[in-house]
Design a protein around this ligand. Structure first.
Ligand code: NAD
Length: 287
């Protein structure tokens, strides 16, 4: 039997509705809407599209939004100064610096991201938030893995006591996914580019998360019948053709549930960011 398709737009819509409702409640209670500032340095066309989408989502949901465009040749000092100003700006509850940064400051990325007040770090990249996630405290969590977990919950796919296998160990997806699945009482295995006998491990997974960045890498023989397969990968294989890390056509015949690419996890990230902005304001108002 073919798998249940987990459509990203259905879940993204729900995340956005929840964020919009909470944003309105916060505005009512405190007289100010949650606010997001996005800093974009340079003119990377893909980054400009991402930033526009974030701004549009904020407008739809009654979240105040500022886009700060800085020139390609921006220095580290100028960027840090801007972050400091936003850290002290009471209209702004969430700050993010759109990546990648231009080459003259690319190596300074950790210092730049760590300058964001952890309470406003809606990307969840600051070591304080990473530490809170690891120790199980309330944290701002990276949007893509947080969105995947919320989707599993809303789709009634059980995690407690299940074996989850994550392929990929990046700071943005793989590692936070590990901690989030663990916090849901899954037994979690993380695989990566040095893992031996990968297919043997993935075939044991009740929940299989692919965050690799290799087109159609996960094939049907790597999937346990009935497993939930979450494809985080976004790979452009032709100017207008995106595919995931999972061979969707093959794997949907084996899996119990699967996210498509495009139209799956990719749609959850911005919607989850909206939830993080609202959450950041709630946390700041309780301080
Ligand atoms: P990354 O390059 O930082 O990490 C890739 C991981 O895959 C590494 O940990 C590596 O060990 C592992 N890997 C590579 N080759 C492997 C192999 N042969 N066997 C097993 N593991 C292997 O990438 P990332 O930032 O985690 O992103 C992964 C994918 O997810 C990319 O396609 C990216 O575009 C996509 N992504 C999507 C979203 C979204 O919004 N949907 C967000 C972030 C990333």
């Amino acid at each position: 039997m073919a798998a249940r398709i987990l459509e990203g737009r259905v879940f993204a819509q729900k995340f956005k509705e929840d964020a919009g409702t909470k944003a309105a409640e916060l505005k009512e209670k405190y007289g100010i809407a949650p606010g997001l500032a996005v800093i974009i340095v340079g003119e990377n066309p893909a980054s400009q599209v991402y930033v526009r989408n974030k701004h549009k989502s904020c407008e739809e949901l009654g979240i105040y939004s500022e886009v700060i465009s800085m020139p390609e040749d921006t220095t580290k000092e100028a960027l840090l100064e801007k972050i400091d100003a936003l850290n002290g700006d009471s209209k702004i509850h969430g700050i993010l610096v759109q990546l990648p940064l231009p080459k003259q400051i690319a190596a300074d990325e950790p210092e730049i991201l760590n300058r964001i007040d952890p309470a406003k770090d809606v990307d969840g990249f600051h070591p304080v938030n990473v530490g809170r996630l690891v120790t199980g405290e309330d944290a701002l969590v990276p949007c893509t893995p947080a969105g995947c977990i919320r989707m599993l919950e809303l789709a009634d796919i059980p995690m407690d006591g299940k074996h989850a296998v994550v392929i990929g160990r990046s700071n943005i997806v793989g590692k936070p996914m590990f901690h989030l699945l663990l916090s849901k009482n899954a037994t979690v295995t993380v695989c990566h580019s040095h893992t031996a006998n990968l297919a043997e491990i993935t075939r044991e997974a009740d929940i299989l998360v692919a965050a690799i960045g290799k087109p159609n890498f996960v094939t049907a023989d790597m999937v346990k019948p009935g497993a939930a397969v979450i494809d985080v990968g976004i790979n452009r294989i032709a100017p207008k053709k995106l595919v995931g890390d999972v061979d969707f056509e093959q794997v949907k015949e084996v899996a119990g549930a699967i996210t498509p690419v495009p139209g799956g996890v990719g749609l959850l990230t911005v919607a989850m960011l909206m939830q993080n902005v609202v959450k950041a304001m709630e946390m700041q108002m309780k301080r």
